[in-house]
Structures are given as structure tokens and as C-alpha cells.
Write a protein that binds this ligand. Structure first.
Ligand SMILES: Nc1nc2c(ncn2[C@@H]2O[C@H](COP(=O)(O)OP(=O)(O)OP(=O)(O)O)[C@@H](O)[C@H]2O)c(=O)[nH]1
Ligand SMILES: [Mg+2]
Length: 363
């Protein structure tokens, strides 16, 4: 069966709402890839999440000696880890690839990030895996990655959640090896639909795989047209706010957090986000009002009357400790606890799954 060279799915000309539909079988791309490629426009099609896990199981079943490149997004480490996949591949050869390093401010040393990632995985099933830090657009970081990939005669599978940049990395490796990149990459979820085999040289084969869409990213509750706030190419911006108790910071029209201290100690908050997200400070008592009044003006407003709160409480014993609160798809807030306090993160939409986690500081 002829396959789409963008997403790997078998082409068909019968059902327009099913994956793989093309007007003609002579086409190189299915209609969906054609539209994403040329108009940046996504056609909704029913995709089966279960098949993604089944793909990995099939690889394990059919390939006696696979190498897995487990790709994660540095902008959303917690949200892109998939423990079920980690468990499945634990006793195979695994390289943990931390992608999108270009988003981290240049002033941060790579060794610091490596240390952080090593620490996170030290207690996981992948404790012995090699770790690579990279970015699709960075020649400096792609070259050592290419050298590693070129050394292995085994099949090398690029796996990971949707949108971590698997296809972009493979295209970058192809380019670095003087081949023409051709796999489709996009800001949408589930761009790649089937395994795509790429011969990087006569002896080296890499395989792109579809990722699992993450409904824990805040992108999931945003309009598709606004996903460029979550998937972008510019270095993260760090903004510092010195907050008094009961002050609130808004992230465009998306969400806000409020700081409530038991004392009147001020506290610094460093917010790491896409610079296209507008941050705005207000008093807690005005927060909801502000939101309602400015909803239409704010970037990417989520129009709803009900919110969902995430509470983080810090006691006396936390004073002096440094933390990040990370919001999947949006960025993170870094602070050192100065007093007994509570930080409340609010997303103005009920029953959504955005992953908001407290962690040790990443940078
Ligand atoms: N900043 C930055 N963005 C990247 C990088 N690599 C990929 N992206 C962006 O991340 C988004 C997803 O990239 P893809 O390569 O389509 O991701 P994928 O993992 O193949 O996604 P699926 O095919 O859906 O599983 C796109 O908007 C890319 O431009 C990177 O190194 N840095
Ligand atoms: Mg892909």
C-alpha cells in the first residue's frame, strides 16, 4: 500500500473523514498532511490512542534488538514523560533525548540541565539510559546526536509523546547528513500517524513513530489557532515579580496564580514563559473582576464562568527551599519560600486535565 510521506499512513481515496484520505493515490501526501503543510490547517480525524501503545508493543515483539530514542520536551518534562512507555522499554537499549533545549535561556549551563535530568531519572526505570540534550534547529547539538545515531547498525526508533519534536529531529538528522528532510512536523497533536522508516545511510535505519497526544497540556483547552503559544521557537523569557501577599499574576487570558502569605514578607517570583504571553499583576480581590472585564482583550481567553484551583501549601519547614511550579504547555514559576504561604493556580475552566506540578528548580 502506498504511504503518505508526511505522516506514514496508508493512502486511501474512499473515506474523507478517516486518516490517509487523498484525492488521488498518485499524491505523495494525504489530504491532512497536504493541508497542514501548505495552509497550516488541521483536518480533524478520528485517531485511536490505544494504537500508540500497541505500536511500541509491536516493535518490542518484532525487533529483537531495538534502540529507543525516548524524546522529551524540556519545556514540559513532566507532561511529556510516559511512565507506561518507560516501563515497557526499561530492559532495552534506551537513549533519553531532551529536545527543545533552544528554549532555555542561553545563560543557563547545559551541565545544569543534564544534572537535573540525571537526578529525575536516577530513581526511574530508565536509570541506566544515556542522556542527550538537543534541539532540532541547533547544528551544534544535532552533530553529536547524528554521530551517535550513525554508529548503530540496529533499528533506531524515535518514540515519545506527541509534539516533543520526533519528526523535527529526524528531519534535522537527515539534513545534517545531507539528505532532504520530508517528514511532516507541525504544532498540532498527532502529526505522525504510522511508523516511517528513514535510511540515514546504507547501514543506518531510523524510524519515526506517532506520539501519544497529551491531554495534560494547557494547549488542550486552547483554540488550535493559539497553539503557537505552547509550541514556539524563541528562547523563554524570565520575568521577575516581587509580590505582596494576596497579589495575582495573570498569564494572558489563560490562567492566573495568587500568592497568599501568613506574614507581610514580600517574595520574588521568576516566571518562565513564551514572551508572547502577556503577564499582568493585580490584587487578588480584583482578579476575577479583571478577568471578566478583560476577557475579550486578553490573548487566548477561555470563555467560562467556572474555574479550577490548584493549591500549593508551604509550611515553616519549607522556608528557604526553592521550588518550581510547572504548568504543562505554559512554562513555570520559580521561587524561594520566605514564609508560611499558599500559592493558588487558577485555570478558568472546570474538568480539564492540565498537569500542574511542584518540582525542584530546573534551572
Ligand atoms: N523550540 C523548539 N521547537 C521544536 C523543536 N523540535 C520541534 N519543535 C516544534 O515542536 C512541534 C512539534 O514538532 P513535531 O516534530 O511535529 O513533533 P512530533 O514529536 O513528531 O509529533 P507527533 O508526530 O504528533 O507525534 C512543532 O511546532 C515544531 O516546530 C526544537 O528543538 N525546539
Ligand atoms: Mg511526528
Amino acid at each position: 500500500m502506498k504511504k503518505c510521506i508526511g505522516c506514514g499512513i496508508g493512502l486511501q481515496t474512499t473515506i474523507a473523514t478517516k486518516p490517509g484520505f487523498a484525492n488521488k493515490l498518485e499524491n505523495d501526501y494525504c489530504l491532512r498532511c497536504f493541508r497542514i503543510k501548505n495552509y497550516n490547517d488541521l483536518i480533524e480525524q478520528d485517531l485511536d490512542q490505544e494504537t500508540f501503545i500497541t505500536n511500541i508493543k509491536n516493535i518490542l515483539h518484532n525487533d529483537p534488538k531495538p534502540i529507543f530514542y525516548y524524546i522529551l520536551d524540556i519545556f514540559d518534562l513532566e507532561g511529556t514523560r510516559m511512565l507506561e512507555i518507560e516501563r515497557l522499554i526499561a530492559n532495552k537499549e534506551v537513549v533519553i533525548v531532551i529536545n527543545k533545549i533552544d528554549l532555555i535561556p542561553k545563560s543557563v549551563k547545559l551541565s545544569k540541565i543534564r544534572k537535573y535530568v540525571t537526578k529525575i531519572f536516577a530513581t526511574s526505570k530508565l536509570a541506566n539510559a544515556k542522556i542527550i540534550l538537543t534541539a532540532s534547529d541547533s547544528q551544534k547539538l544535532i552533530t553529536p546526536f547524528l554521530n551517535l545515531v550513525l554508529k548503530s547498525p540496529q533499528n533506531q526508533y524515535f518514540i515519545g509523546a506527541s509534539n516533543v519534536g520526533k519528526s523535527s529531529l529526524i528531519n534535522a538528522l537527515m539534513k545534517a547528513n545531507n539528505l532532504v528532510p520530508k517528514i511532516l512536523e507541525s504544532k498540532y497533536f498527532n502529526t505522525t500517524l504510522e511508523l516511517i522508516e528513514i535510511k540515514l545511510s546504507s547501514a543506518v535505519k531510523i524510524i519515526d513513530t506517532p506520539g501519544i497526544a497529551r491531554n495534560t497540556s494547557i494547549a488542550h483547552i486552547m483554540k488550535r489557532a493559539d497553539w503557537q503559544y505552547c509550541y514556539f521557537k524563541k528562547e523563554l523569557r524570565q520575568y521577575t515579580f516581587q509580590l505582596n501577599s494576596q497579589q495575582t499574576i495573570f498569564f494572558s487570558g489563560l490562567a492566573w496564580f495568587t500568592f497568599t502569605s501568613q506574614t507581610d514578607t514580600k517574595q520574588n517570583f521568576h516566571v518562565y514563559v513564551n514572551k508572547a504571553i502577556a503577564l499582568h499583576r493585580t490584587k487578588q480581590e480584583n482578579a476575577e473582576n479583571y478577568y471578566r472585564k478583560n476577557q475579550a482583550l486578553l490573548v487566548t481567553p477561555i470563555m467560562t464562568d467556572e474555574g479550577q484551583n490548584y493549591h500549593f501549601k508551604f509550611s515553616k519547614s519549607d522556608i528557604g527551599k526553592e521550588f518550581d511550579i510547572s504548568i504543562s504547555g505554559l512554562g513555570w514559576i520559580n521561587f524561594i519560600v520566605q514564609s508560611e504561604q499558599e500559592i493558588t493556580f487558577t485555570i478558568p475552566l472546570k474538568n480539564q486535565n492540565t498537569l500542574i506540578s511542584l518540582r525542584e528548580p530546573i534551572i
